[in-house]
Design a protein around this ligand. Structure first.
Ligand code: MF3
Ligand code: CO
Ligand code: CO
Length: 265
């Protein structure tokens, strides 16, 4: 059988395991900083330093410039998305976390040329029951999507499972931003929708590596991109959004979560 271009070699998989472990460790470190009174820029500085200290490069920094579309490079080393920010929030010195906030921290590092990508939503102090449920259900959405991953299952099974579960709670599933293949590049084929998207869908094969990173909104699934910074994505209705992300390998028997914290204990 000919090797599929998006199937990784054993050596590439080993390198991805290391990058993903570092991303998981960095995220755990960043999560320990979350408390009322900390600025998102302080989280950025900690992530930047930790990444460099471990011989890696923070992938977000200067990523994604698109001159044709007028998109500037991402200016920081981590994404920090607070409350109604869905994803790609830019850390700021004047953005200070308050009791009751929720914050997604999305870490991507490049170690020996390979990317590890993982995020979690953390609670700041005491949050409302509504916010807590959103965050818990979003974690479950990610895990339920990952549970479908095995050889010969289809990419579509991931999003279908996530959407079905999220809609039980009346939540909106973001469509414009998707999971992605990952390796030497930050974003590779295939795309991994978190909703029941129409059209052809790929069959999974051992050696594929991609992220599952559902963004789940308390209200409408619709999004607005900040026209001023070109990056920050918010809910259209201003209600809360949560997200979790793992990088996952398809194995012969099922899957392996490369950014699982069980690998960094
Ligand atoms: N880490 C994000 C993802 O999960 C991408 C961030 S791109 C950045 O795909 F430029 F905003 F960092
Ligand atoms: Co990702
Ligand atoms: Co990410």
């Amino acid at each position: 059988m000919s090797k599929h271009p998006i199937v990784k070699s054993a050596a590439e998989i080993d390198a991805m395991r290391e990058a993903c472990k570092l991303a998981a460790r960095t995220l755990r470190m960043a999560g320990e900083l979350v408390k009322p009174g900390i600025a998102t820029e302080a989280i950025n500085e900690a992530v930047h330093q930790y990444t460099i200290d471990h011989g890696a490069v923070p992938a977000p920094l200067n990523y994604g410039e698109d001159r044709d579309r007028g998109i500037p490079p991402f200016p920081k080393s981590v994404c920090t998305s607070v409350n109604e920010v869905i994803c790609h929030g830019i850390p700021r010195a004047d953005e200070v976390l308050e009791d009751g906030d929720i914050i997604n921290i999305d870490v991507t590092c490049i170690l020996d040329g390979f990317h590890g990508d993982t995020s979690r939503t953390f609670l700041v102090g005491e949050v409302s029951p509504e916010a807590k449920q959103l965050v818990e259900v979003t974690w479950d959405c990610m895990l339920k999507g990952i549970e479908t991953i095995k050889p010969k299952s289809r990419v579509r099974d991931i999003g279908t499972t996530i959407q079905q579960y999220a809609e039980r709670f009346g939540y909106g599933v973001v469509r414009e931003y998707v999971g992605h293949g990952i390796g030497r590049s930050f974003h590779e084929a295939p795309q991994i929708p978190h909703w029941r998207s129409p059209g052809p869908t790929l069959r999974l094969r051992p050696g594929m590596i991609f992220t599952v990173e559902p963004m789940i909104n308390l209200g409408t699934h619709e999004t607005i991109l900040d026209p001023d910074d070109g990056w920050t994505v918010r809910t259209q209705d201003g209600k809360l959004s949560a997200q979790f992300e793992h990088t996952v390998l398809v194995t012969e028997s099922g899957h392996d979560i490369l950014t699982d914290w069980k690998y960094i204990e």
